[in-house]
Write a protein that binds this ligand. Sequence first.
Ligand SMILES: [Zn+2]
Length: 180
Amino acid sequence: MLFPTHLLVAVGVGRLAGHQRVRRRLPSTPTLSAWWLVVGAALPDVVDKPLGTLGVVDTYHSVGHSLLLVPLAVALAVRYRRGLAVTVGWGSHLALDAFHVVANGRASDALFLAWPALTRSDPLAIPPGEFARFYAGSPSFYVELGLWLAAVVVVLRSQSAADRRDGKKGGRRDGREGDR
Ligand SMILES: [Zn+2]
């Protein structure tokens, strides 16, 4: 998946965890800091893309995208609330990347999760810029597009709800003034 979509989903997870309805139904759900979720979601690419670009490893999905880090991630999540947010963000990145290759009919590429025990070269070895061209128009690309559209709808809806609230307040104020 494209880098900005990982960040978008992390923000979405943070909003969902803090949503009134979720809090009412599942009060024990921990609230997660959107900032640390985003840090966690950025981490795999921030670590692995430079490693791939510099030629340290021959793929753009290596240590940051590996399930090898699960023990560390769980330890952080158990100890610290911020660590939990980072772990959830990181996990969402891995899940989305795995979803992407499966949705695009390349399920065997999900083996990147087992790096370095198992490695695949192509097309995860395509540099990020070229990858975007290769990726556009694939099924997973349309899922990403849908996620962005959904985010736009959520933002617009919350904005118009806020406008309506302001409008009502303004209307009442006008009414009171009219009574005087
Ligand atoms: Zn990734």
